[in-house]
Design a protein around this ligand. Sequence first.
Ligand code: IDP
Ligand code: MG
Length: 151
Amino acid sequence: MGCGCNTKAEIPINKGVMRKERTFLMIKPEGVERGLVGEIIGRFERQGFKIVALKLSKISRELAEKQYEEHQGKDFFDDLVSYMSSAPTVSIVIEGENAISVAREMAGVTDPKFAKPRTIRGDYGIDVQRNIIHASDSEESAKREISIHFE
Ligand code: IDP
Ligand code: MG
């Protein structure tokens, strides 16, 4: 049983295959506005990840479109890119064992309604769009997203 004292995210790591990876995270506008930056970054630090890049910026619509290019044409695309470019966000690169899959676990599923407690979206997400955090979904996405946000 956890103590509920929120010292570590306690996300199980796949001990079978350990790979040192880098992944891209973005704290979305409502996470910054609500003062959750320290809380969210702290979770990744306590999980043992190293922060290798960190930037607060208001991204352009073009950059938001690039980040979410795989969703182009979907009904939520325009709203999503408007939202992501509407206010400051925090772009982060973390490094550590199985960073890509562990960060996705720590973020929780896309819709906060279904995200488990103690995941970031489960604890803080508002709705499917305003779900606090982005985390790359594969090695290929991580590489691509890191390169577009940090030249
Ligand atoms: P992910 O962020 O969990 O990888 P994706 O399906 O890749 O989820 O969607 C990218 C982002 O688009 C989500 O994080 C969320 O902000 C937004 N989104 C996804 N599905 C919907 C939807 O049905 N309505 C509104 N926004 C959505
Ligand atoms: Mg995705």
